[in-house]
Design a protein around this ligand. Structure first.
Ligand SMILES: Nc1nc2c(ncn2[C@@H]2O[C@H](COP(=O)(O)OP(=O)(O)O)[C@@H](O)[C@H]2O)c(=O)[nH]1
Ligand SMILES: [Mg+2]
Length: 379
């Protein structure tokens, strides 16, 4: 998918940078562009993959005062950058931002500018703050979520609480078993290992992996998929669909040296069963544990299932079982699915990605409304 990302604030910029980062078999994608806007020059400096001329500094105090000339000044710069792309260069726009932050206040201005010049759908990718950030931020996040929901064609929600907990757990595990490099453990081929990985960096990688798989699905693949998913179908699943969540579970396969043995085993009845069961278990994990934000997916209007991995491992039986399960579980009738066969040399793991859209709410947002809805009205 030809995607233009707009990263606002620290969270948004870092997430956009993580998405655009070349990884493993998928080299830097020329169809992917990102712009970053932040009030922290240090953050902008440390974005490694977004081009220098696509980074914009925005003075901190000016955000709340869009009428200020200095505010207009930066907005105009961003506008010029947006207009520098030829008409039709992109198929969708993704605005990334942390709901508890300040730069998210620019969304109305920026979305208006995008709508002036582009007809493509505009989505938001947002993070809900963690509990430790305090009540004020949580309340602001709820207000911002309402604001953003009415402006864009769909909101992909990531819950920082859920993902920070996971990231901290993963980092503790890795420190305990020194020797396995972080990059191996988190499947970051081709990246030089950092001295210390911040929990947020890991969260951003989890976010990026989900988005990258989704946008790469619509591309021409090397293998021949049994069911092709094109960009149009992916966009159809999420456009006009309010809240969206994305689950992803992956399993590494035994290493290459044993592939021959593995292949023999695959051809047996037990092997076939195991491959099907793996797909089903991964799908369950994607939905119940590794989802961007917990939600009651029985309220989803649409869903999308994407399998990827070495061709021999993508069990048709498992795939059909997952399709049936999701189809029967969601409220709506629109379910799409497809697969991306990859060469075992490129990626020796099986992934199951599931998107739910048209959700009325997600569990954590519902919880925040129940706790703070009253206060929000009185503030
Ligand atoms: N996932 C993720 N969330 C972040 C990151 N940095 C900050 N956040 C979250 O985003 C919210 C907004 O922070 P920030 O982006 O710095 O706000 P801004 O720069 O003022 O727009 C915070 O309340 C955090 O919940 C990050 O790197 N990754
Ligand atoms: Mg910031």
């Amino acid at each position: 998918m030809r995607l233009l990302m707009l990263g606002l604030g620290t969270a948004g910029s870092k997430i956009a940078d993580a998405i655009i980062r070349p990884s493993g078999s998928s080299a830097r994608c020329s169809d992917l562009h990102a712009i970053a806007v932040d009030n922290d020059p240090d953050v902008l400096e440390h974005l490694h993959h977004i081009e220098e001329e696509a980074k914009f500094y925005f003075p901190k105090d000016d955000i709340e005062a869009p009428e200020l000339l200095t505010t207009r000044f930066t907005i105009d710069e961003v506008k010029a950058k947006l207009k520098s792309f030829d008409v039709g260069t992109h198929e969708a726009i993704l605005v990334c931002a942390g709901l508890g932050g300040g730069l998210i206040s620019l969304v109305p201005h920026l979305v208006a500018i995008i709508r002036e010049t582009m007809f493509e759908p505009v989505f938001a990718l947002v993070t809900i703050p963690a509990e430790e950030e305090g009540e004020t931020r949580l309340i602001r996040a709820m207000k911002n979520l309402q604001m953003i929901r009415s402006l864009v064609d769909g909101v992909i929600i990531f819950d920082n609480q859920l993902w920070l907990d996971k990231a901290r757990g993963e980092l503790t595990d890795t420190t305990m078993q020194r020797g396995t490099g972080i990059s191996d453990k988190f499947w970051l081929p081709g990246t030089s290992e950092k001295e210390s990985v911040e929990p947020y960096d890991l969260v951003n990688r989890h976010i990026a992996r989900r988005i990258r798989l989704l946008i790469n699905a619509g591309e021409v693949q090397r293998g021949v998929p049994q069911t092709v998913l094109d960009t149009r179908e992916i966009l159809n699943t999420i456009t006009g669909m309010s809240f969206i969540t994305i689950g992803l579970a992956e399993e590494e396969l035994p290493d290459m040296g044993r592939m021959g043995l593995l292949k023999q085993r695959n051809d047996t009845r037990v092997g076939r069963h195991e491959r099907a069961a793996r797909i089903v278990k991964l799908a369950e994990r994607a939905v119940f544990r590794e989802i961007s934000a917990y939600c009651d997916f029985s309220t989803a209007k649409k869903a999308l299932i994407l399998l990827s991995g070495p061709e021999d491992e993508l069990s048709m039986k498992g795939y059909m079982a997952v399709r049936k399960w999701i189809d029967e579980s969601i409220d709506g009738f629109e379910m799409r699915s497809g697969d991306i066969p990859v060469s075992p040399r490129d990626a020796n793991r099986v992934s199951v990605l599931i998107v739910f859209s048209g959700l009325r709410t997600v569990t954590r947002v519902q919880d925040l409304y129940e706790r703070f809805g009253q206060k929000e009205n009185t503030r």
